[in-house]
Ligand binder design. Structure first.
Ligand SMILES: *Cc1c(COP(=O)(O)O)cnc(C)c1O
Length: 394
């Protein structure tokens, strides 16, 4: 009998060790990891550079208050700013908190800097922005909201890729438009470049802030350090978490210089935000990603993976589409995939779903072609067997 709240539908596997793209369970069974702790372990499990940085910091200082200057935080922030179009960073501990900070910054910028009282944030159907009360309200999926009424005011949802609907939702309360560039939890839906350019134009025309939730797409996952670098569109604010600390829990909210006066002393805070150990993990993660060109490798590996999947699954009647960007890949199936995922786990390949009918692949950014070949052949075997079973049972 577990002493935990049963908030997770847990797979029947107990993982005890990880290195690179491999994980081992308590029975000694080895797994090839194509879910990466849900887009967290971008450099694979326990990367030496990040481990060494954390261990070194453990011998110096674990924690002090954010009321003192923090050189590790300055260093990690500078790495992020130097490698993006952002000018300032706020560190917190999770993705939901990073999005909370983004929503708060957008409201405060309008209310305290511009003095126009705006507060509404427009988000998109099928989006996922987190589980706090504000971020589950921002999320465009009803399932995360059930039983949590009343929800806070100030969030509006419109269909993705519908610019007229978006424009119609803008009014004199609108402060910001927030979106993911690949709706990941929502089924691996890649945002169209023309649509994003339209959103940016709309923001500029109406004085709105563009917030990009790069919590899953950031840190090299899509083949660039940040997904918006594919699009040539600059956000006013963007958020990171998941891959930023290689598994050490960290979130970050980044913004343009014009927003700095909105977050003055006392406007926002987090006790654990940006501790010396967390920041050592972030700096080592970014430096290692840059040194190894992890985003470039993800782009190359992603193309190889998509090609292999097309080749192996293209003709199957139970697969309708293979889509994604870099190493955030979805296999759209015709029916529920939970049993397929469980079978892949039994055969030693860890993958995850993205909604009921999509198998999602999130391997290490440093995954090898051999590992991709092995994963694709396991996926192809399971899907081929399912297709064959379906044709014999009428
Ligand atoms: C995972 C995720 C979040 C929430 O992050 P947590 O660290 O679980 O709070 C928010 N947005 C996106 C796009 C995510 O993938």
């Amino acid at each position: 009998m577990s002493s935990l709240f049963p908030t997770y539908a847990r797979y029947p596997i107990t993982l005890v060790k990880g290195k690179g793209s491999r994980l081992w369970d308590d029975q000694g069974k080895e797994y090839l990891d194509f879910m990466g702790g849900l887009a967290v372990t971008g450099l694979g499990h326990a990367p030496d550079e990040v481990k060494d940085a954390i261990v070194a910091q453990l011998g110096e200082l674990w924690h002090m208050s954010n009321l003192f200057s923090n050189p590790n935080q300055e260093k990690a922030a500078k790495l992020l700013v130097d490698n993006s179009g952002a000018d300032a960073v706020f560190f917190c501990n999770s993705g939901a908190e990073a999005n909370e900070a983004a929503i708060k910054l957008a409201r405060r910028y309008h209310q305290k800097v511009l003095g126009n009282g705006r507060y509404e944030v427009i988000t998109f159907n099928q989006s996922f922005h987190g589980r706090t009360i504000a971020t589950l309200t921002a999320t465009g999926q009803d399932k995360v909201k059930e039983g949590f009424l009343p929800l806070p005011e100030g969030f509006v949802h419109v269909p993705l890729h519908d610019l007229p609907a978006l424009e119609a939702a803008v009014n004199d309360r609108t402060a910001a438009i927030m979106l993911e560039l690949v709706q990941a939890e929502g089924g691996v839906i890649v945002v169209d470049p023309g649509f994003l350019r339209g959103v940016r134009e709309l923001c500029d025309r109406h004085g709105l802030l563009l917030i990009l939730d790069e919590i899953q797409t950031g840190m090299g996952r899509t083949g660039k350090l940040f997904a918006h670098q594919h699009y040539g569109v600059e956000p006013d604010i963007f958020t990171l978490a998941k891959g930023i600390g290689s598994g050490f829990p960290v979130g970050a909210m980044l913004g343009k210089a014009k927003l700095v006066p909105a977050f003055v002393a006392g406007a926002h805070a987090s006790t654990f935000g940006g501790t010396p150990i967390a920041m050592a993990a972030v700096a080592a993660t970014i430096e290692t990603m840059l040194k190894l060109d992890a985003p470039g490798r993800a782009a190359e590996a992603g193309e190889y993976l998509m090609g292999k999947l097309e080749e192996a699954l293209g003709g199957l009647p139970n697969v309708t589409e293979i889509r994604g960007k870099g190493l955030l890949v979805g296999i759209q199936c015709t029916g529920p995939v939970a049993d397929l995922v469980a079978e892949l786990h039994r055969r030693g390949l860890l993958v995850v779903t993205a909604g009921p009918t999509v198998i999602r692949l999130l391997p290490s950014l440093l995954v090898t072609h051999e590992d991709i070949d092995q994963a694709v052949s396991l996926i192809a075997a399971v899907l081929t067997e399912q297709a064959a079973a379906k044709t014999v049972t009428p």
